[in-house]
Design a protein around this ligand. Sequence first.
Ligand code: PHE
Length: 380
Amino acid sequence: MKAQYWISSLVVILIVFISLSSCKSGGGDKIKVGEFASLTGKEATFGTSAHEGTLLAIEQVNLSGGVLGKQLELLTEDDQTKAGEPANAVNKLISKDGVIAILGEVASSRSLEAAPICQQSQIPMISPASTNPTVTQEGNYIFRVCFNDDFQGGALANFASGTLKAKKVAILTDVKSDYSKGLAKSFKAKYSNNGGNIGTELDFNGGDKDFKGQLTAIKSDNPDAIFLPGYYNDVALICIQAKQLGMNIPIFGGDGWESESLLTIGKDAMEGHYFSTHCSIEQPTPEMTAFVAAYQKRFEGKTPDAMAVLGYDSAMVLVDAIKRAKTTESVALRDAIAATKNFAGASGNINLNADRDAVKALVFIQIKNEKFTYNTTVNP
Ligand code: PHE
């Protein structure tokens, strides 16, 4: 009787011990980092690329021993490229999962949806690639590791006046996208200032399939170039239809063009057109070279795009800030992120200014023989 009692007590103690220790290694002692991304839906290449870069960074940090003596755990939510989902995603990550920070999104409209929630919860959010100026204006917990569209729009305007020598530019804006509207606005301000003439200005809704009406109107106005601040899938269709209408003026846009899908959809209709973006893997710094090699090893030889590079940098900037803060407590962590200076990122040196935006160079890419070809660099 006595022996049986002792054995069963021992079993109970053992079970309690095992479950406690497995709980510790099974997540209780990890630093939880949240991510929301468009892994599926219309802009799936944006989210997939950013996620892969982010994941690579987290895996590298964990392999080298983690941070503050702990491993990182990345919790990723797919917002499906759908309005309404970013809010659901970050609410879950913050309230249910208890993440210490949030990485995301690429598209400005989706970052703008999540930012007020992160700000209110005092959870730092770092966007890898959202460039609309208002994103970081949501509050002092909201950061980005890329330049904003006041800079990009200005660089595009100077490109139109200088490189293209365009006297009149038509503009086609996606009214569903805060990115497109914001970039059109900053382009117009600078281009007019340069003495340029804004020709026909027309709208479309991201996801439209027929742009012939707008393009025909633009054609009859006879501009020197078309400014198209859109995302790759719409851009490719617009360039195909412009070519079908026999228009052979340059079409140019911003970072939203960057995706391999631009070339697979647009093919030879993309020939000669230009866009600005965050970096070119043809311009390798030691950090970029190391990143490209590690990414290709991890993702079966796939070539990284800007979103992958920036996703990686967003995670590395967070880790660097946790190290400097020596804590994941929210106020200290926010202050440490805000103090990021001269961080050697894969996309370039990252210096956050007082507006929590990175001050960085931009590159122009021209499409030649269905390939992205480095054109020029514009310094801030
Ligand atoms: N800058 C775009 C936005 O703010 C997103 C983007 C970044 C798209 C980088 C492609 C490459 O919406």
